[in-house]
Ligand binder design. Structure first.
Ligand SMILES: C[S@@+](CC[C@H](N)C(=O)[O-])C[C@H]1O[C@@H](n2cnc3c(N)ncnc32)[C@H](O)[C@@H]1O
Length: 304
């Protein structure tokens, strides 16, 4: 594939965004890292979507991104007025989102996929994932992912870790279907998926995994300390673990509220994890990373 064709696909996403919701096209320009650095990631996602969905990919994935972004803005406003997330328990999140194709398959997961390049904070966390975590995953290693979502992290891993043995655990069969398709069955290594509530039990033996990733799930469970403890049980001692979550940032399925980055660090420390490095990314650029009850993304590389 030529570089021009690649670039043209990313530009087609931006043009479609300008057609559907001009202010979101403008918003994509803002933030750090700048849009030009995010364009190759956008082009790679677009190329994969075109491969899977032919000519339908553009309109439908941008529609998903618009719906997810607008929902975030509405729910964030509500959160800042009420101090509470919309939902407060796992059962409601499962019924409303994870088992509901109208929400999860039609706009949430396609929108989340484009956000990996279009939202600067998601892009910055993915860069940490590729630069700091992936090199620590041994070739032929066993990787546990909790909350497979779109399959974005899985695809990144499959492109970079030779002969990986992958186990993806998710509560939603809609996510597993989406991730399996996006990440592709072909290629070296193996991939296996299990449906489970990972905060209750991860279907893996003690010390099974050489590395683990859990992107944006801690805020989706009632007891994040139980989820962290299950992941630690399934990992070998001192194995690397990449985790992301949010502070005071709304989404339709967020139920556990972290008030600050320090609260997340303390939860991990109390759970026996060693912090290697982390990234605190305020959603409003004028906020300080030390702020309390301000919306932020958080990513960390830990060791079991
Ligand atoms: C916001 S998505 C994040 C997806 C992806 N990891 C990422 O970073 O973009 C949350 C994912 O976690 C899954 N999930 C939520 N609660 C879960 C639980 N208790 N056990 C396993 N998976 C869960 C959802 O089905 C969804 O696929």
């Amino acid at each position: 594939m030529t570089a021009e064709l690649h670039e043209a696909r990313a530009q087609a996403v931006l043009d479609e965004l300008a057609r559907q919701m001009p202010f979101l096209r403008k918003a994509a320009e803002a933030g750090d890292p700048p849009l030009r650095e995010r364009m190759p990631a956008l082009a790679a996602i677009a190329a994969r979507l075109e491969e899977l969905d032919g000519s339908d990919w553009l309109q439908s994935s941008v529609k998903g991104y618009v719906a997810l972004s607008l929902e975030f803005l509405t729910l964030q406003r509500r959160l800042e007025q009420t101090g509470r997330y919309l939902l407060s328990n796992e059962r409601d999140a499962f019924e409303r989102v994870y088992s509901n194709p109208e929400v999860f398959s039609h706009y949430y997961l396609p929108g989340l996929l484009l956000s990996e390049a279009l939202w600067p904070n998601h892009f910055a966390m993915n860069r940490l994932f590729v630069e700091a975590f992936v090199p620590k995953v041994p070739a032929g290693g066993r990787v546990l992912e909790v909350g497979v979502g779109t399959g974005y992290h899985l695809r990144e891993l499959r492109e970079r870790v030779p002969a990986m043995e992958y186990l993806g655990v998710d509560i939603s069969e809609l996510a597993v279907a989406f991730a399996r398709r996006y990440a592709d069955e072909r290629g070296e290594g193996s991939m296996r998926f299990e449906l489970a509530n990972a905060a209750e039990r991860i279907p893996a033996a003690d010390g099974w995994a050489d590395a683990a990733v859990c992107g944006e799930v801690l805020e989706h469970v009632e007891h994040p300390e139980r989820l962290l403890s299950e992941i630690r049980r399934a990992l070998k001692p001192r194995a690397p673990f990449f985790v992301t979550t949010v502070v005071f940032a709304a989404n339709v399925d967020h139920i556990y509220m972290f008030d600050s980055a320090d609260e997340i660090r303390e939860l991990c420390r109390a759970g026996g994890w060693t912090l290697e490095t982390d990234l605190v990314l305020p959603i409003y650029p004028t906020d300080s990373p030390d702020a309390v009850r301000r919306p932020m993304n958080y990513a960390a590389l830990l060791r079991a």
